[in-house]
Design a protein around this ligand. Structure first.
Ligand code: PEP
Ligand code: MG
Length: 536
């Protein structure tokens, strides 16, 4: 099966099929009263078993997590839920379909409530309902998936599902998605081979099928013969040897053959990524995607929780610069507890800095945490999705207010934290000369820039061939932004995926780019090209 190879490496293992909600609905009606009785029994047993496993888990986790699990237990035991599910089964709907339907209705009720606390219960309801369904499908918590070397097969994966993949998972392949979808980005951050956009053919894969995933060529083999397996075993070894060879470059300075020093930085999302970045020789962090901290949880992180996270990363950086990007949710990164309105074009909608300038409560909390953390290292602050000088001024005004408040409250922070922006919207690229007068640095976000310049959705596998970072329109804009930034005397980096593509390295060097930020695994291969290139 052919898809889009989005994260290199080869994996050989057994399929672990994650079924979407839609694929779990049977849609058939129950034949008779006996079937109704049986399905009500199945539902009751599933509730008892889910409650028992939640209660067992509560004994093993901390207080805050136990409280969340307790809420789920209450929801599962809720008499209203039971009444609704039983009524639907009596109306001849299978138990699983009934649970999915009732869950959906209850989630909608919670989402539409005025009270913030009750709105946040939507995510708990969703989790509780899915837990029941998984119990009915006999797959709760990956039950039955013993041993290692699993390859996850899914219709699609969200960024937080990708982050949360079991450590036994060696690779994944999905039906949907494009090269710069966030699941693909997280795969590269974790060094997991991945193929996305395989189309609906992938639906034939069954749990336990033997698979080979080639994340470079974008190919998935299902139950291949021995010859293919032998070829891929040896390819896997060659790949590992080459990675080892490249790692020897770790401590070499990234200097072109004609003596120009280049900064190689890492894109990270977690403290664990920071470790990996240092292992691969990163000289700092060009992009800390903070949204993953916000995604993998049940409610907004508090100021102190955020402070701990940023502080930890700054301390681990050993004095290297860390560029912290403010929240970039929306698009393909929803937050379960912050229901955003359904939009026809989420990538053109309520996203990133647009949400932050509207929800200043969320923005200010994050800015306070970042500024308070700034005393623990070399911190840079960066705004995503800036589209105009006015937006940048608005965001900077809020930073100024937060600084005043921190000063008034006696909290320590570094007053000189550089404030930069991502250039990822064509309007920003075309006004780079104006923005450069008011920003301390630029970082070119090619993932979004390409989709907006070419009018090609980065998530849509059907038009993936049109998503071309080497299109002259994109390259002209990149050259323009680098030139304008340098003319105004500010540093210009790139943190979109193009920065980690060794095939683009020479071209970008020639355009004047001197700061490249990428998934840590890509650093050695890009360094290899830099060592052999000449800028002049
Ligand atoms: C980009 O758009 O290039 C970028 C780095 O940000 P993200 O991929 O998180 O949208
Ligand atoms: Mg972006």
């Amino acid at each position: 099966m052919k898809g889009i190879g989005v994260s290199p490496g080869i994996a050989i293992g057994r399929a672990w099929v994650l079924r979407s909600k839609k694929a779990r609905v049977s849609g058939v009606l129950l034949a008779d009263e006996d079937a109704v009785e049986r399905e009500i029994g199945i539902y009751r047993i599933a509730v008892a078993s889910a409650v028992a496993s939640l209660e067992a888990m509560m004994g093993k986790v901390g207080k805050a997590e136990a409280e969340i699990l307790e809420v789920q237990v209450e929801l599962l035991r809720d008499p209203q839920m039971e009444e609704d599910v039983v009524a639907m089964i009596t109306g001849r709907m299978p138990a699983k379909d009934a649970v999915l339907k009732v869950t959906e209705q209850l989630v909608q009720i919670f989402v539409n409530m005025d009270d913030d606390y009750m709105r946040a219960r939507a995510a708990d309801m969703q989790d509780a309902g899915m837990r029941l369904v998984k119990v009915m499908d006999g797959e709760e918590d990956g039950a039955g998936m013993v041993g290692g070397d699993w390859i996850v097969i899914a219709e699609d994966l969200s960024p937080s599902e990708t982050v949360g993949l079991d450590h036994r998972v060696q690779a994944f392949a999905t039906q949907m998605g494009g090269a710069t979808s966030h699941a693909a980005i997280v795969a590269r951050l974790r060094g997991l081979p991945a193929v996305v956009g395989c189309g609906s053919d992938l639906g034939i894969v069954a749990n336990g099928d033997l698979l080979v995933v080639d994340g470079e060529m974008g190919v998935v083999f299902v139950n291949p013969d021995d010859e293919v397996i032998d070829i891929y075993r040896s390819k896997k070894e060659t790949y590992a040897e080459r990675q080892q060879l490249l790692l020897r470059l770790k401590d070499r300075e990234a200097m072109t053959a004609d003596g120009i020093r280049i900064q190689l930085l890492a894109n990270i999302a977690t403290a664990r990524d920071m470790e990996q970045a240092l292992e691969q020789g990163a000289e700092g962090v060009g992009l800390l995607r903070t949204e993953l901290l916000f995604m993998d949880r049940e409610r907004l992180p508090t100021e102190d929780e955020q402070l701990d996270f940023y502080k930890d990363i700054l301390l681990r950086s050993g004095g290297r610069a860390v560029t912290i990007r403010t929240l970039d949710i929306g698009g393909d990164k929803p937050l379960p507890y912050l229901p955003l309105p359904k939009e026809a074009n989420p990538f053109l909608g309520y996203r990133a800095i647009r949400i932050c300038l509207d929800r200043t409560d969320i923005f200010k909390t994050q800015l306070r945490a970042i500024l308070r953390a700034s005393v623990f290292g070399k911190c840079r602050l960066m705004f995503p999705m800036i589209g105009s000088v006015q937006e940048l001024r608005q965001a900077k005004d809020i930073v100024a207010i937060v600084k005043e408040e921190l000063t008034a409250s006696g909290a320590a922070f570094d007053p000189g934290v550089p404030v930069g922006i991502m250039i990822e919207i064509p309007s920003a690229a075309l006004t780079a000369d104006l923005l450069a007068k008011e920003a301390d640095f630029f970082s070119i976000g090619t993932n979004d820039l390409v989709q907006y310049v070419l009018a090609v959705d980065r998530m849509n596998e059907k038009i993936a061939a049109l998503y071309d970072p080497f299109h002259p329109a994109v390259l002209r804009l990149i050259r323009e932004v680098i030139g304008q930034g340098h003319r105004q005397g500010i540093p210009v980096g790139m943190c979109g995926e193009l920065a980690g593509d060794p095939q683009a390295t020479e071209l970008l060097l020639e355009m004047g780019l001197r700061e490249f930020s990428m998934a840590a695994v890509s650093i050695p291969a890009v360094k290899e090209v830099i060592l052999q290139s000449k800028c002049i």
